[in-house]
Design a protein around this ligand. Structure first.
Ligand code: ADP
Ligand code: MG
Length: 272
């Protein structure tokens, strides 16, 4: 078995929300592959799937059929995280709180709940009291509804994946407004931590143009490493795998491991 470079622990646990209300920009792909890469580096990682589609659960090889204890019960029925969290076969120390299709109704059902924006934070806090976790990733749905707001409230940091395609920055203004609102009203320690360029195609001018535009818009936040468009990355989920284990020498796996190392190095130096 291959051994991996040990990654440094963060100064304090990081809770990262992977958000962008556009669909198909690489949120799930980024959540699961960064999580797997950090776990392979020896860190303890929890992925919280809060998209009713359950794509993160699929890619991490955990069951999420109807009736599976999931984020839905944690948010709406006061089930403890630990009764729904399962280990992912993708790496040691990689855990998943799966999402089932039940979550599709949660946006509406949350509306009438007490402290509806803080439910995820409260449940996660309890879990983290008894479980050592270095990184939590929240894989968000493509909307800015109550599920995403719950993740923004529970998080320390935001990672925005941006696809190197036309209209890449479309919607980002609205996302930034939501982040600001949540930051001032509900979670003052929330901050934009990183912007990751995904599905970069080195052969096209468009990819380079988008990358340049994003870098000028988010000069400090945009990560050095870009994720190339690669068939291996898109194939992996259909085998219930991350590209990190599906093809660990591929360009996609290397890129995600490099990003994981870049983030781990940052988090080992600074407080959340
Ligand atoms: P989101 O969660 O934002 O909706 P996904 O992570 O599901 O986006 O990605 C959308 C689609 O693009 C998926 O089919 C995924 O497999 C594919 N994809 C994501 N990243 C890459 C990549 N680097 N190269 C090729 N395909 C990718
Ligand atoms: Mg997704």
């Amino acid at each position: 078995m291959r051994t991996f470079e040990a990654l440094p622990k963060p100064v304090t646990p990081r809770r990262i929300v992977v958000a962008n209300q556009k669909g198909g920009v690489g949120k799930t792909t980024t959540s699961v592959n960064l999580a797997a890469a950090l776990a392979q580096g020896g860190l303890r990682v929890l992925v919280v799937d809060i998209d009713p589609q359950g794509n993160a659960s699929t890619a991490l090889g955990v069951p999420h059929g109807e009736g599976t204890p999931s984020i839905y019960e944690a948010l709406l029925d006061d089930m403890k995280f630990e009764d729904a969290v399962v280990a992912s076969p993708e790496a040691e120390n990689l855990f998943v709180l799966p999402a089932t299709i039940d979550l599709a109704g949660a946006e509406l059902e949350l509306v009438s709940k007490v402290a509806r924006e803080q439910r995820l934070l409260k449940a996660l806090r309890e879990y983290m009291q008894d479980h050592e976790v270095d990184y939590v990733f929240f894989d968000c749905p493509p909307s800015l509804g109550l599920l995403t707001v719950n993740a923004l409230v529970a998080a320390t940091d935001i990672l925005i994946p941006i696809q190197c395609e036309y209209y890449a920055l479309e919607g980002v203004t609205q996302l930034m407004r939501t982040i600001q609102l949540v930051g001032s009203e509900l979670n003052s320690s929330l901050r934009l931590w990183a912007v990751l360029l995904t599905m970069f195609d080195g052969r096209t001018k468009l990819s380079a143009q988008v990358a340049e535009e994003v870098r000028s818009h988010f000069a400090d936040e945009t990560l050095e490493t870009v994720i190339p468009r690669s068939v291996r990355v898109s194939e992996a989920p259909s085998y219930g795998r991350t590209v990190i284990t599906y093809d660990d020498h591929s360009v996609g796996a290397n890129a995600y491991r490099t990003v994981a190392a870049e983030l781990a190095a940052r988090a080992a130096e600074e407080q959340a």
